[in-house]
Design a protein around this ligand. Structure first.
Ligand SMILES: Cc1ncc(COP(=O)(O)O)c(C=O)c1O
Length: 401
């Protein structure tokens, strides 16, 4: 770019930012088109997207099958209201239930919303309803991330994010992630009704738990008759190589929350619960004008179809092994955490932000979760060639750091 182009580009970025609240640290890049794993900006730069809209566009940008499903639906009707039933939304509820529940006699029920935070808000209200006023406390983990609305933020075990918005709803107990002793103490409180966990702490740095941790958490929950809520907002829909990450550990949760990749970019959140828990809600307890929108439901049904038809879960396992083994060979890389295509690249030195900035200039989108951790989360349809291309950039930009 020459000087005039840089000036014009800056004017455009400032203009586009000017009426938006300053909540996001955007990269200052204006996108005009996106397709598959590629983004195209207004200056005709091309980027390989290894962030996938933050684990959302798993089937790639502008996926034609998902788009067509939405077009077909909105040509008929896009929105009704929850005073009416429609086949698309109910079909999606059955589809989610058939994947989540391992119990053939109880497939459970789903409440639809529009985002991950809302899916978790629903879970929080639901378990409190189930507690019937006698039990209301929820145990969550330090360093977790469950969303930014007031209830979800209260569940999020990050004091730094909570501090400016105090007072938050009370009734949350925070324990260290991966610490069985602390979890045991917490669930022994007779007022505890539920434990809420992520299988991999995504926003918290792609943090894994030790083998046996989740099985023990589930055992403790069963022993104390405490509900197990699994937040699959980031890990769900095949990102870890199973449709849901809890399946890696053979868990049988009582409540599961989904969003992000469920609609491949069309806004949707879902909260599944086993029937005995789901049926504690009565009409008027909870609701959402757009929740269960036929248009987003059509997108999500197409996402399930595509994951099955294209054998996406097997593909994730295959390319994940490849990506992981190549990442660990890089000089700057200490270890690689995570599963499937949600990987945390832990660096030997605190240069994550520099690597992300340099990568962007070389046409690769990554995300720094801290000074030493880079999140690598490409669309699940990423090819080995695209992985090679990304690794070449990563290697080049980190070689002198
Ligand atoms: C595990 C988890 N839960 C909840 C959320 C919140 O989702 P949303 O931003 O759609 O509200 C996120 C977002 O990153 C997440 O990773």
């Amino acid at each position: 770019m020459d000087k005039d182009d840089i000036y014009e580009s800056k004017v455009l970025v400032d203009d586009l930012r000017s009426a938006l609240m300053p909540t996001y640290g955007d990269y200052g890049v204006v996108i005009k088109k996106a397709e598959g794993c590629r983004l195209f900006d207004v200056n005709d730069n091309v980027y390989l997207d290894f962030l996938a809209g933050v684990s959302v566009v798993s089937l790639g940008h502008a996926n034609q099958v998902v788009n067509q499903a939405v077009v077909d639906q909105i040509s008929n009707f896009g929105h009704l209201s929850n005073f009416f039933l429609n086949e698309t939304t109910s079909k999606l509820a059955h589809r989610i239930a058939s994947y989540v529940s391992s119990d053939t006699s109880d497939k459970g029920k789903v409440f639809f919303s529009n985002s991950g935070a809302e899916a978790n808000e629903t879970a929080i209200k639901l378990v409190r309803r189930y507690g019937g006023g006698q039990r209301y406390k929820i145990v969550t983990c330090l360093n977790s991330f469950h969303g930014r609305t007031m209830g979800a933020l209260a569940a999020t075990g990050q004091p730094g994010k909570q501090m400016p918005f105090q007072p938050l709803p009370p009734g949350f107990i925070y324990v260290e992630f991966d610490n069985v002793e602390q979890m045991r103490d917490a669930v022994s409180d007779p007022l505890v009704v539920a434990v809420m966990v992520e299988i991999i702490q995504g926003e918290g740095g792609v943090v894994d738990a030790s083998p046996g941790y989740f099985e023990e958490v589930e055992r403790l929950c069963k022993e104390r008759e405490v509900l197990l809520v699994v937040d699959e907002v980031q890990t769900g829909m095949g990102r870890t190589g199973q449709m849901f990450a809890f399946s890696h550990f053979g868990l049988d949760p009582d409540v599961v929350t989904l969003s992000k990749a469920l609609g491949n970019g069309f806004p949707i959140g879902a909260t599944w619960a086993r029937t005995s828990v789901a049926n504690t809600f009565v009409p008027g307890d909870h609701g959402s004008t757009f929740g269960g929108s036929p248009s987003s439901s059509a997108a999500a049904l197409a996402v399930f179809d595509e994951i099955e038809r294209r054998g996406i879960l097997d593909h994730v396992v295959e390319v994940s092994d490849y990506l992981r083994s190549r990442l660990i060979e890089l000089d700057i890389v200490h270890i690689v955490s995570g599963m499937g295509l949600l990987l945390g690249v832990r660096l030997k030195r605190p240069v994550a932000k520099e690597i992300v900035a340099r990568s962007l200039r070389c046409g690769l989108v990554l995300n720094a979760l801290s000074d030493r951790i880079i999140r690598v989360a490409p669309p699940l349809v990423v090819s080995k060639d695209e992985i090679d291309e990304a690794l070449a950039v990563f290697s080049k930009v980190s070689s002198d750091l």
